[in-house]
Design a protein around this ligand. Structure first.
Ligand SMILES: Cc1cc2nc3c(=O)[nH]c(=O)nc-3n(C[C@H](O)[C@H](O)[C@H](O)COP(=O)(O)OP(=O)(O)OC[C@H]3O[C@@H](n4cnc5c(N)ncnc54)[C@H](O)[C@@H]3O)c2cc1C
Length: 523
């Protein structure tokens, strides 16, 4: 006989917990009598991690879908617009005379809309005179160079001239989503510690016990583990095996600091800066009234003292002794499965890959959307959803690890053991190794990406490969890619479009101030 899944309990109120609660409550109509009830329990004693400040455009779509006003979100989460990331000193050993940098912008490359790959034509241009790849194939790198916003104040909420995501204050985002979930989406909230997770004879969870004064036990049909690194269900209850990736991604520590702007009129970057160091890299994210800056490094290749000094040097006269530098240990990897019995892990509990491409919140969002879309109301149909979810998320984690590793393993830097070891073939995942080997003689095309749900697509790979100076043999390209006239026309159109955009888009701070004062027109 069919038994219904009618109540979901989420453990944890960090970014993963509240984002999942919002997506599930909205998608499964928690406010309706016939919908699925969603409860979130959060410890009043364990603070959220609160460091994820960079996002992807999917967050924009999610905020829109769950009924949040973009203006309110920007005002309340100190948010700014993000159009991609700039990678500084990744490709070559730093040269004090001329640092190397390239962008991985969020907008798709202009060729995507024509299904016409510009990369082979760019590769055939004169190396000494051609524009860098990111500037040749799209406008967004040039817009970021100018510190311009991706839209104008007259454009309605969530619409754009250029694809964009946000930089935000993670603690404020969790608070903001919490209010929205409780007030607008019908989520029940319990502030208490889960003290025990109770299983039946078949190891399905029946309920959790808490230290709340009156709510000693919460029954539910389905449980979501958003308890962060603790992994209350996935690790502590089910002890699901862990797949470490520390042999691929070497960084194991982060030092994070919040740096107020000296002058509140200071320009705000419209992209994340990622500056490579000799044993890691430094992120730099501009919010409305401060920057979030941090050094992610490998303790095998440097000391905490040296890493801290590099962070202080990077900050220059923006640093003072009153700023608190927070140390965070990073445990790279993911569980061998995420959905087990009547539970699923979303967030840090499921796994962690360093924040180089700010992919975590995207993965939480994707996971919560998948649970919502396939949520089996009939408990007897759970096995199928479990299988699909585990396959899907495993593929997303693997492909994320490969894309992050790409930034390291095609570098020409040999100035420290860290960079030398990062290029050791033994540290490169097999799928990435095969792709790179193939792309030495062949242009990457959409056919290299067999799964439509891969988190990083052809555009992303082309930006990083050719931004880093990856060599594809051009000898045979001319015979195959013969439509030079069309390519030249597209390159010239991109040039013209860039000029138009640069003339009409406002500076990031100017737009943020207008949003705070007037707001966008609501949709
Ligand atoms: C240095 C660094 C930089 C990052 N930068 C980015 C970035 O730019 N972009 C990005 O997308 N991601 C980034 N991430 C990753 C991501 O944002 C974090 O992994 C994320 O903040 C973790 O969120 P979470 O909700 O899974 O866990 P947490 O924030 O740790 O929340 C855990 C929750 O579980 C609750 N809890 C724990 N135990 C119990 C219990 N017994 N009972 C009840 N509640 C309990 C806690 O109270 C808390 O509410 C970064 C991560 C790091 C480490």
């Amino acid at each position: 006989m069919a038994a219904d899944n009618n109540h979901i309990l989420i453990i944890g109120g960090g970014t993963a917990g509240w984002l999942s609660a919002a997506i599930l409550a909205k998608s499964l109509n928690s406010k309706q009598e016939t919908g699925v009830k969603v409860t979130l329990i959060e410890s009043p004693d364990i603070p959220i991690l609160g460091v994820g400040e960079g996002t992807w455009p999917n967050l924009r779509a999610t905020l829109h879908k769950i009924g949040i006003s973009e203006t309110d979100f920007i005002r309340e989460c100190d948010a700014t617009f993000k159009q991609g990331a700039e990678f500084i000193n990744w490709a070559k050993t730093p040269d004090p005379e001329q640092s190397h940098s390239y962008y991985h912008p969020l907008s798709t490359v202009s060729h995507s809309s024509y299904d016409f790959n510009l990369a082979p034509y760019w590769l055939q241009q004169d190396k000494n005179t051609r524009l860098p790849y990111d500037r040749a194939v799209a406008s967004q790198a040039r817009i970021c160079d100018e510190g311009l916003a991706p839209k104008q104040i007259v454009m309605p909420e969530y619409s754009a001239a250029q694809e964009y995501a946000y930089h935000l204050n993670a603690n404020k985002l969790a608070e903001f989503l919490k209010r929205h979930c409780i007030e607008k989406l019908g989520v029940n909230f319990v502030s208490a510690n889960v003290t025990h997770i109770v299983l039946d004879d078949d190891e399905f969870i029946t309920h959790v016990e808490t230290d709340h004064d009156s709510i000693k036990k919460i029954d539910a049909d389905f449980f979501i583990d958003c308890s962060g690194a603790k992994g209350l269900i996935i690790k502590e209850t089910y002890n699901i095996a862990w797949h470490s990736i520390s042999d691929v991604i070497f960084n194991d520590t982060a030092l994070a600091v919040q740096v107020p702007y000296k002058d509140q009129n200071q320009a705000i970057n419209t992209h994340t800066l990622a500056t490579a160091q000799d044993a890691g890299w430094i992120w730099d994210i501009g919010l409305q009234n401060r920057r979030g800056v941090g050094h992610v490094y490998s303790s095998k290749y440097t000391t905490e003292q040296k890493a801290k000094q590099q962070l202080i040097d990077y900050l220059g006269d923006n640093y003072n002794d009153e700023l608190m530098i927070r140390k965070i240990n990073l445990n790279h990897g993911y569980h061998k499965k995420f959905w087990h019995k009547n539970s699923v892990a979303i967030g840090m509990s499921a796994g962690f890959v360093e924040p180089l491409e700010a992919s975590a919140i995207f993965l939480f969002d994707a996971a919560a959307n998948m649970v919502a879309a396939q949520f089996p109301r009939d408990k007897t149909k759970m096995k199928y959803a479990e299988q699909k979810f585990n396959q899907h998320l495993t593929m997303r984690m693997q492909r994320t690890v490969e894309f992050i590793k790409l930034h390291y393993c095609i570098s020409q830097r040999r100035d420290s053991q860290y960079w030398i070891d990062n290029c050791d073939p033994a540290s490169i995942p097999e799928n990435l190794k095969q792709r790179l080997d193939f792309w030495k003689g062949q242009i990457p095309t959409k056919y290299d990406f067999e799964n439509a749900w891969e988190p990083f697509n052809l555009d992303s790979y082309l930006y990083v490969l050719y931004g880093m100076g990856f060599e594809t043999d051009v000898a045979n390209l001319a015979a195959v890619y013969t439509d030079k006239v069309k390519a030249e026309l597209l390159f010239s159109n991109i040039d013209k479009a860039s000029e138009v955009l640069i003339n009409k888009l406002p500076k990031q701070r100017e737009l943020i101030e207008k949003v705070i004062q007037y707001g966008f027109s609501r949709v």
